[in-house]
Design a protein around this ligand. Structure first.
Ligand SMILES: [Zn+2]
Ligand SMILES: [Zn+2]
Length: 244
């Protein structure tokens, strides 16, 4: 079944079908996986395992703004599917077999590459020229929600959709790794935007995962990294404590 679908999209589907499939895939990640993620956060909160970073009820008006811009971003993400399939058909992207190890390592290395790629793009987005014209939309969410994850200006959505396209022609990945990478990415993204963290703002670094990006939204500066603070540490752009 999976092999038939892979074969269809890589060899037979029209680019219109590829666009539509990519669009629906991202829509599902955003709405379906997002709803499950939020439900799990709320359930963990009732168990006392997680707490809200900022006790908050974000107005529906703001969530409406986030959803509207996220859908626009998903329209843009659709084109990344076309670009990847085109480069595979041209032989510029070469694929590894879908073995368990290739899929696991592939998702891991794409996620690692995203740390570098995202940090660079995000720092550029904070140059005053780009902040005022582009990145400001993402920072409308002063206290982020799971619906903030794709709330971008179309140009930022286009740049951020370039993670696989910029690495796959250089290093070989399996088709399933490229397909599953957006799922891994959005889970990390939800964790950074959901306004929940383990415990009550103290404890080991991994327990404070959601804190860093929430601080970035609240303060509009520092903590530019995606899932880790490695590049913030390297470039001295990290915030030193856990308070907003
Ligand atoms: Zn954000
Ligand atoms: Zn930012």
């Amino acid at each position: 079944m999976i092999q038939t679908l892979t074969h269809f999209f890589l060899e037979q589907a029209t680019y219109g079908q590829v666009y539509l499939a990519t669009f629906v895939y991202f829509l599902g990640l955003y709405f379906v996986v997002g709803a499950v993620f939020l439900a799990v956060c709320k359930w963990l909160q009732t168990k006392g395992w997680v707490s809200q970073i900022v006790p908050n009820t974000t107005p529906n008006k703001n969530i409406g703004f986030e959803i509207k811009h996220s859908i626009k971003s998903i329209f843009v993400f659709g084109f990344s599917g076309i670009a990847i399939v085109y480069l595979i058909r041209m032989g510029i992207i070469k694929l590894l077999p879908d073995t368990f190890l290739n899929v696991l390592m592939g998702v891991f290395f794409l996620t690692l590459w995203n740390e570098v790629y995202f940090y660079i793009i995000h720092r550029i987005m904070h140059f005053p020229f780009f902040y005022r014209r582009v990145h400001k939309i993402h920072h409308q969410s002063k206290i982020p929600t799971i619906y903030s994850v794709y709330s971008f200006h179309w140009l930022e959505a286009l740049l951020l959709s370039g993670v696989p396209i910029t690495i796959c022609p250089v290093f070989n990945f399996s088709a399933m790794a490229i397909f599953l990478y957006p799922l891994a990415s959005i889970l990390l993204n939800f964790a950074g935007h959901c306004n929940y963290r383990f415990g009550h703002g103290t404890g080991a670094s991994w327990q404070l995962f959601g804190t860093r990006h929430s601080q970035h939204h609240f303060r509009n500066t520092q903590n530019y990294g995606f899932a880790t603070h490695f590049f913030d540490w390297l470039m001295s752009s990290n915030k030193k404590n856990n308070s907003l």
